[in-house]
Design a protein around this ligand. Structure first.
Ligand code: G6P
Ligand code: BGC
Length: 977
């Protein structure tokens, strides 16, 4: 295996001018601008001192077409030397009119969208590869990092010290190792072995720590990245074609090679494309760079795309850097109408004919070749080097792109052209040198213009994706074509981009240090993200329940149900399994007109319900229960309820009628009969005095008396779970379970009377109001409760009570999320650790925010909007984390709800001695109904936990008011019997 010859320089050392390779860094700084006269904008083609406008602005008629024909005419007129026609034809064929560049831009945009879409990605020649980099550096990245760049002819190893002070000037040491040609075309193992040796030699030369050293690998070839540290090589290019690498994970190959060098403390944590290194190098805290172009031996670009448009990744929020691999643009023939015969010859002679068509028009590996083929054809047409021996021009790569760039440097350029041509054994005339310079200019200008068309495509895509009228971005540029400042390439790139994407403003930033600094940033970001991910996962781990955890909860629930049903154990049971005296679900024969009240959910509703053969018609009114009434005296609360009833009856012109009333009272009550229920305790923030232990129907009747309202005839009082089961049972007789997941949470189901130890009788069934909200009040769920749940519980007016409800229902999920976010801020995982006073306020993070934030495909901008309304400035990363917390909390709630239901359906199945059971659950509650994935998570988890039960969920349309009316109807029919 070839051993690396090394050279090194410390970022801060200075050395004498002139020596190209050694002082590449410095060379960059001292290059002088090209010779074209300052007033010569990029759109000027200079032929023997005459100026010809190119790319003139399209609007205002087809001047260009005219222009282009006038160009030929002007060219003809100006270079009136011998055989000037072939010269004009050559230059014209290398000149792309603006309208054609517009076409190239829109074709590039089409190919980009194709590459982004999951359906068409595989067919697109612009591959749009996700890089898993979702943010640009924020200047806080810290650490000593090792970076390896695999460049065209060399490997560069860098030691980068990031100080986290905005990182404008990190300490960088680097060494360059030339890569022997044989290694570029040998076995993959050899290439990575060579790189690993470079790493070993580099580390042996610096006092590197023994602690783990994170390595960032800049690998400028198209890779299918699965995550920051996992990337499969799709295809080689730019003269590299090592065997046994395509389709393999390059990170693994390098790690293996490094380990085989017995360097055990180097860990490859990130692989990135050189464009990504450039975008990162040019980004700093206050000046993020969102697009990067590499115009070097090859060409490529990347940009910060809206993650939700990158369909190949799950990430639906925020932004993700996408490596376009635009070098392959045109492989589908979409550039055929601009390819010249010279381009075709360059392609045929390349090691990958038909591939990388765009790269072969723009990349430094090919510009020299294009010039060579133009010169060959002009020579053949006696327009150049008449009388010279031109065999040297037949040698591939005899004209290098650096030389082309030197030639187009104006005055010096002509002299340079002479020297280069003479070195090739030609004896060029003054005119020859001038024509060669024109050809070089035309080839480089075309490359720049095509690059501009690509850049304009990206800019317009970003502006449209972000729904902006104007877009202004920093564009990082790296590579020999842009390296000379100012460069003709740069001027044309900037101005043609301005013509093709006038609604976008670009600031081109030159990646002075190549991609090294950027790679170090990415590695640091990778480390920070990995560390953050580990910490976040650690923080959220207690909220993540395994299948076994849920089976355990299911078994505990079953156990508690048995205790609640047991005559001797009921009194101390936390799941009180309250008999409701509802023994049947509706049979459709119910008839009559009823008043119904629905208290205990988000809203208090009064309804009038008409039940008839033709179905159910109802009218209702929603009233607010002020907090003062919820926490004042019971008398005031029931007086307020009476005022609402009277208001409703007046509005519905019912004052003259005494309608049977069904009262949905959604709190734990000991039912002593259909119309008699003693409140056991308040929940959901209610705490009106003088009610607990009282018959709530009596409290209501007394309030009617106080109002001297004789029109009240309460015939049934039910729980909202029962009301929901009944109202859904009216449409689906299989509905034998009622579930509420709203402000609070609870369930009821039809239990066999023989199992209800607290009520006499063995026959038939009775609906049991489980009051499962209190599950765990005896501490049996201790292993599930997290510190966040404890924080939520201790601040409630019923601390220690309703523990299961406080893990599941809408009144509490927002609070759990808030406490987790506060903890993350304290751990510097969120909002840069900056305390946010608003987050310290109870109930400021409402559960409805979870429902909004977790909407699939919601742009993170909206998540940021919600946080902004809370006075919190959140970055994209922050918003991704907030979404993760919301999802973790709501998923746990849904899973716990499913574990409770699994206990119920399994008990019913066993009750009925069935192997398989089908049953319907009537469900209501804002959380279940409005949260984007809560219901689905409940159903999926239930299928896993109770596979022998086929459970249908029927959302109650009209709430439990209808159910209350149906129970009242049954009660009235019973009374008639
Ligand atoms: C519906 C039912 C109420 C129930 C409520 C629960 O509105 O009609 O009886 O109490 O849902 O959900 P919520 O989200 O309002 O607490
Ligand atoms: C109450 C239940 C009610 C549930 C849903 C709980 O707080 O204890 O009676 O069914 O909320 O509203």
């Amino acid at each position: 295996m070839a051993s690396p010859s090394r050279r090194h320089s410390r970022r801060h050392s200075r050395s004498q001018p002139g020596r190209w390779r050694e002082d590449m860094g410095r060379a960059r700084q001292c290059q002088r601008p090209s010779p074209a006269a300052p007033e010569d904008g990029p759109h000027t083609l200079v032929v023997i001192g005459r100026r010809f406008p190119l790319y003139s602005r399209l609007p205002g008629g087809s001047r260009d077409a005219e222009g282009s024909s006038s160009l030929a005419h002007q060219l003809g007129n100006q270079d009136d030397g011998p055989a000037c026609a072939p010269m004009q034809r050559a230059l014209l064929s290398l000149t792309i009119p603006l309208e054609m560049l517009q076409l190239v831009k829109s074709r590039m945009m089409e190919a980009m969208l194709k590459g982004l879409s999951r359906e068409t990605h595989a067919q697109s020649c612009v591959q749009m590869l996700p890089t898993f980099i979702c943010s640009t550096p924020d200047g806080t990245e810290k650490g000593n990092l090792l970076v390896v760049e695999l460049c065209q002819k060399h490997v560069r190893t860098l030691w980068v010290k990031l100080l986290g002070d905005g990182n404008h000037s990190p300490e960088i040491m680097y060494k360059i190792f030339d890569v022997p040609e044989s290694v570029m075309q040998g076995k993959g193992e050899e290439l990575f072995g060579f790189i690993a040796q470079c790493v070993r030699q580099f580390l042996s030369g610096i006092d590197s720590p023994q602690t783990p050293i994170p390595l960032g690998f800049v690998f400028p070839f198209s890779c299918k990245q699965k995550k920051l540290d996992e990337a499969e090589l799709i295809s080689w290019s730019k003269g590299f074609c090592c065997s046994d690498v395509e389709g393999k994970d390059v990170v693994q190959l390098l790690q293996k090679a490094i380990n085989s060098q017995e360097i055990y403390n180097v860990d490859v944590v990130a692989l990135l494309n050189d464009t990504v290194g450039t975008i990162m190098t040019c980004s700093s805290g206050d000046k993020p760079c969102e697009i990067a172009l590499v115009v070097d031996t090859g060409t490529n670009s990347c940009f910060m795309a809206e993650a939700q448009l990158v369909e190949m990744v799950e990430e639906t929020s925020g932004r993700m850097c996408v490596n376009t691999e635009w070098g392959s643009f045109g492989e589908d023939g979409s550039l055929n109408d601009i390819l010249t015969p010279y381009d075709q010859r360059v392609d045929q002679e390349s090691c990958d004919p038909g591939l990388k068509r765009f790269e072969k028009l723009v990349g430094g590996l090919y510009l020299g070749e294009i010039v060579r083929h133009v010169l060959i054809s002009l020579t053949a047409e006696k327009a150049l080097f008449v009388g010279s021996n031109v065999t040297s021009l037949r040698t591939k790569d005899v004209i290098r792109t650096e030389q082309v760039l030197d030639i187009i440097d104006g005055e010096d350029g002509m002299e340079t052209a002479r020297k280069i041509l003479e070195a090739l054994g030609l004896s060029p005339s003054e005119r020859d040198c001038c024509r060669v310079q024109q050809v070089c200019r035309a080839v480089v200008s075309r490359a720049a213009a095509l690059c501009a068309a690509g850049l304009a495509a990206i800019l317009t895509h970003m502006r449209q994706a972000r729904d902006l009228d104007q877009l202004s971005v920093n564009v990082g540029v790296e590579g020999q074509l842009y390296q000379r400042q100012p460069s003709r390439f740069g001027e044309i790139l900037q101005s043609v981009t301005g013509l093709l994407a006038p609604e976008c403003t670009t600031t081109l930033l030159h990646a002075v240090d190549g991609t090294g600094r950027g790679a170090a940033m990415v590695t640091a970001v990778a480390l920070r993200l990995a560390a953050q991910r580990r910490e976040v996962d650690q923080l959220l781990a207690p909220l993540r329940l395994s299948y076994d955890d849920l089976k355990h909860v299911q078994a505990l629930m079953r156990q508690e149900m048995e205790l609640g049903l047991g005559r001797d154990t009921h009194a101390n049971a936390c799941v009180r399994m309250l008999p409701t005296y509802v023994c049947a679900t509706p049979d459709g024969k119910e008839q009559g007109e009823f008043l119904a009240l629905d208290l205990g959910g988000t809203n208090f509703r009064v309804l009038v319900v008409h039940v008839g053969k033709e179905g159910i018609r109802m009218a209702s009114e929603i009233y607010v229960i002020p907090t003062t009434a919820m926490t004042g005296t019971g008398e005031a609360l029931f007086d307020h309820i009476m005022e609402c009833i009277i208001d409703f009856q007046q509005k519905q012109d019912l004052m003259a009628q005494v309608l049977p009333l069904g009262f949905t009272f959604s709190f734990p009550c000991q039912q002593l009969g259909l119309d008699k229920a003693v409140l056991l305790n308040w929940t959901k923030g209610f705490n009106a005095s003088g009610c607990v232990g009282e018959d709530v129907v009596r409290l209501l009747r007394e309030a009617a008396q106080r109002k001297e309202h004789l029109g009240l005839k309460v015939v049934a009082v039910i729980n909202d779970t029962v009301g929901t089961m009944m109202s859904c049972g009216y449409d689906d007789p299989n509905c034998e379970i009622g579930l509420i997941v709203g402000t609070g949470s609870n369930a009821c189901y039809m239990e066999e009377m023989r199992n209800v130890g607290t009520v006499e009788g063995e026959q038939g069934r009775m609906c049991i109001n489980m009051e499962w909200g209190a599950f765990g009040d005896n501490g049996c769920l201790g292993s599930i409760f997290t510190t966040f749940d404890e924080l939520v519980d201790e601040k409630t007016i019923n601390a220690g009570k309703q523990r299961f409800e406080k893990l599941i229902s809408g009144m509490y999920l927002g609070e759990i999320v808030r406490h987790i976010l506060v903890a993350m801020v304290e751990k510097q995982l969120l909002f840069h650790g900056k305390p946010c006073s608003s987050l310290m306020e109870r109930n400021i993070f409402q559960t409805k925010f979870l429902s909004t934030i977790e909407v699939d495909g919601l742009a993170l901008r909206q998540v940021q909007g919600i946080l902004q309304d809370l006075g919190i400035q959140a970055s994209f990363e922050d918003s991704v984390l907030v979404r993760k917390v919301c999802h973790t909390v709501s998923l746990r709630a849904a899973q716990l709800c499913a574990a409770g239901l699994a206990a119920v359906v399994e008990k019913m199945r066993e009750n009925r001695g069935l192997d398989k059971m089908a049953v319907t659950v009537g469900v209501d509650g804002t959380l279940y109904k409005l949260h984007p994935c809560f219901s689905q998570n409940v159903q999926e988890t239930l299928r896993e936990l109770a596979p022998n039960c086929n459970v249908t969920f029927l959302q109650s349309e009209d709430g439990s008011g209808k159910g209350a009316a149906l129970v009242a109807a049954v009660a009235c029919r019973g009374a008639e019997l």
